[in-house]
Design a protein around this ligand. Sequence first.
Ligand code: PMP
Ligand code: GLN
Length: 384
Amino acid sequence: LNRRLAEFGTTIFAEMSALATRTGSINLGQGFPDTDGPEEIREAAVRALREGHGNQYPPGPGVPELRTAIAEHQLRRYGLEYDPDSEVLVTAGATEAIAAALLALVEPGDEVVALEPYYDSYAACIAMAGGTRVPVTLRPHDGAFALDLDELRAAVTERTRLILLNTPHNPTGTVLSRAELTAIAELAQERDLLVVTDEVYEHLVFDGAEHVPIASLPGMRERTVTIGSAGKTYSFTGWKVGWITATPELTGAVRSAKQFLTYVSSGPFQYAVAEALRLPDAYTDGLRAELQAKRDLLSEGLAAAGFGVHRPAGTYFVTTDIRPLGETDGFAFCRALPERAGVVAIPNAVFYDHREEGAPFVRFAFCKRVDVLQEAVDRLKGLA
Ligand code: PMP
Ligand code: GLN
């Protein structure tokens, strides 16, 4: 293994899902729903397979039906106009979009500012691109993990190439506000930076919170690569259909990298996701309401079990503080949890460069059936 990748072992998700299987524990670690997405969208995939749509290599940028549906979605939801031919690129999940964007836009030695804790593939992809990550830590403040804008400003140097954003944010559940995003947008323009923004949880926001794509703020469309995914919005994480929207120049750059990673992927699923993107807004409203109720069930159960709970404004995840349980090391806690309670969770420290900052935090996923969450909560009650 080369030096760029040596620091990254097996991803925590593989390790913890294997632990769940091995111990027969309830898996609240890796974020995937245990109920599949809409029946009619599964049927659309079957139809595409049967009718021979996408069984051979689809076009490199993605099938036109899907690119058009993505452009229509950005316009309908956010008033953002993208040309399906030159400004939309379909990828193998958001994971490939992140990799291709960083490989295409980062020069060796460039600095990439990212919010810490960060989704694990960011660090590995910045490393593969030869870049240097500069983490800006979100810290607990008034029950949520908050961004310190002064720290963000101070993190930008002459070598900074781009800011890598994630909102709604995994693992903390923070949803960046319009005011915060406006400040980030001003900084990006002042310092002439690109923004790559991972918005895979765009529709999973709670309590009336608003998801604001930074590309929709003045002056940002031309310097932003926005990343989306069907995995979370439609509960098909295994289909691996993601996308970017950006100017022709930025889309072309990302496409240059993407063509040598997978070239294309997910043929028949692309047609099905095109249909999913055209579902009425009632679909995402329903999903959001369902997830909010699950967030509440798990958050309340965790609080009753003695955890400190940071109630998330979005995503699949609730971050807890284990110090009220008399624990300080999230890694050790998560490794012991299957034995102690038959539940698997993720130690947030894996998402930090400043490991000590993340040590007491543990992430639980609530994208699971109500009976599963209830059983997990019952099991965790015995911990205190
Ligand atoms: N970004 C974030 C923040 C995620 O949480 C995930 C996966 N859970 C991804 C990207 C990857 O998305 P995909 O499955 O579409 O590759
Ligand atoms: N994004 C999911 C999570 O945070 C997992 C995706 C993966 O397994 N790479 O749990």
